[in-house]
Design a binder for this molecule. Sequence first.
Ligand SMILES: Nc1ncnc2c1ncn2[C@@H]1O[C@H](COP(=O)(O)OP(=O)(O)O)[C@@H](O)[C@H]1O
Ligand SMILES: [Mg+2]
Length: 198
Amino acid sequence: MLLLDNRLLINQGRTRACYQHPGDKNLVVKVPCGNKKTDSMSNIIELRGYQALMREQVDLFCISHCYGFVTTSLGKGLVCDCIRDDDGAVSRTIWDIIIYQDDCNIEYIKAVIDDFCGFLIERDARLFDLNLKNIVLKLQNDGVYAPFAVDLKGRFDNKETIPVSSYSRYFARKKMVRRRRQLIERISFFREKRVEWK
Ligand SMILES: Nc1ncnc2c1ncn2[C@@H]1O[C@H](COP(=O)(O)OP(=O)(O)O)[C@@H](O)[C@H]1O
Ligand SMILES: [Mg+2]
């Protein structure tokens, strides 16, 4: 059993807490952080989304790959790649960069994200939950950001009554195009309002 404690905590999302793997700094372990059923379902939904992507994609280097379940002191955890900057620090989400970093080039970040979404759309990668906290920007030695999707629940965490976009390529593309536009709009919106969110 893996022992997880607060010293290993990287960040917390709505349903899961993400810890550095105690035995391997290149991995994270995600565990449900509340008691709701949705929290414990998140890891299963993510693994299912990941497996579907793997069945369909050839070369998705820009996601954190999932390796299956482990037993931890905080419940059943999902093991995934830990995305790190070239200097070894855990990469930060777009949210953390645009809200907490005083000096950042918003137009550059928007261009990086536009390209990233374009790449996913071309490959029909159904990652609908493309929000500011589900994408990290890996800072490379040359100053270039490489984006990675770290939360792959979106495909099957679908609020549609009939989940057409989980299965139809046409509707999936349309939805991804909407998601790209919203994501880029939110980068500017939250940057402008950052004092209220800090
Ligand atoms: N593979 C990863 N590498 C680095 N940080 C990660 C990784 N996965 C998650 N995180 C961090 O943990 C947070 C919560 O993870 P996430 O999978 O989005 O949980 P939730 O299902 O609650 O949304 C993310 O916003 C990010 O800051
Ligand atoms: Mg998330």
